[in-house]
Design a protein around this ligand. Structure first.
Ligand code: UP6
Length: 284
């Protein structure tokens, strides 16, 4: 799977429109970059997204950290998604029983399902969490990722837990589960022996070119390690891209920070795409 070009995998996702859209967008934009915009102000979020929009295929949000959230933010974000041609991923990390997550996904202040193309969930509660989210997301053509592994030090999402995530994905016959948050090709490593091979997308956070981690357990690898060596499909980059903006206040400094965000976006897009070309041309 990982040696196939993105575009040639579109047909592997006959049941999931969101996955097809992601792969097509990757081919069209020559990018495998998802920016993670973890800022607390609406204006910062929109400015960052507008600056990196051209370089990315996906924008990942933590919508519950935005202090001045309102539905206009969603209107503007979806307008930017049209303008720059990217998909939206609310990194909600659902982790409750099916009935509760269906409410958290559809309702509340944020109404995530109404605007986010894809979201993700922990399998801790069991497969009922997939049923609860599918009830809301499937009719809307949304996609779900399972958190099979995490980037942080000491993560408990490993070994048999990771295998259970892959099995749950294989058992989801509707195709709503379209991939994983993982550090490598868990879909190959833990492919069930009794089922035909299926294609999944692997999205990978914990990516940075300049530092190896933070003070709270985050661990970074380079785009080359993630895309070329580990065969993952999408790099997710947060502070490595938007870091400059959160520090600035006056107008001139802000303008310079926005430019720096744009520059970092292009830098990570190039690094991710180069690693991908190396992978499909020379194997890994
Ligand atoms: N994230 C991880 N690791 C995981 C899963 N998710 O870092 O295993 C998310 C974080 C954050 C982003 O919630 O939004 O990816 C990483 O941001 P960073 O690049 O600034 O570290």
């Amino acid at each position: 799977t990982s040696l196939q070009p993105y575009g040639s995998r579109v047909g592997n996702f006959a049941k999931n429109a969101a996955a097809r859209n992601i792969l097509e967008t990757m081919e069209r934009k020559q990018s495998n970059l998802c920016v993670s915009v973890d800022v607390t102000k609406k204006k910062d979020l929109l400015d960052i997204v507008d600056a990196v929009g051209e370089a990315v295929i996906m924008v990942k949000t933590h919508i519950d950290i935005v202090e001045d959230f309102d539905m206009d933010l969603v209107v503007q974000l979806t307008a930017l998604a049209k303008k720059h041609d990217f998909v939206i991923f609310e990194d909600r990390k659902f982790a409750d029983i099916g009935n509760t997550v269906s409410l958290q996904y559809a309702a509340g202040v944020h109404k995530i399902a109404s605007w986010s193309d894809i979201t993700n969930a922990h399998l801790v509660p069991g497969t009922g969490i997939i049923d609860g989210l599918a009830k809301v997301g499937e009719p809307l053509g949304r996609g779900l990722l399972l958190l099979a592994e995490m980037s942080s030090k000491g993560t408990l999402a490993a070994g048999e837990y990771t295998r259970a995530n892959v099995e749950a994905a294989y058992n989801n016959e509707s195709g709503f589960v379209m991939g994983f948050i993982a550090m490598g090709r868990v879909d190959d490593k833990y492919a069930p022996a009794d089922k035909p091979k299926r294609d999944f997308l692997v999205l990978t956070p914990g990516v940075g070119l300049d530092v190896t981690g933070d003070a709270m357990g985050q661990q970074y690898r380079t785009p080359d390690e993630v895309i070329y060596k580990s065969g993952c499909d999408v790099i997710i980059v947060g502070r490595g891209i938007y870091g400059a903006l959160t520090k600035e206040s006056d107008d001139t400094a802000r303008q310079a920070a926005v430019e720096s965000v744009r520059k970092q976006g292009n830098r990570y897009r190039e690094a991710g795409w180069e690693a991908y070309l190396k992978r499909i041309n020379h194997g890994n």
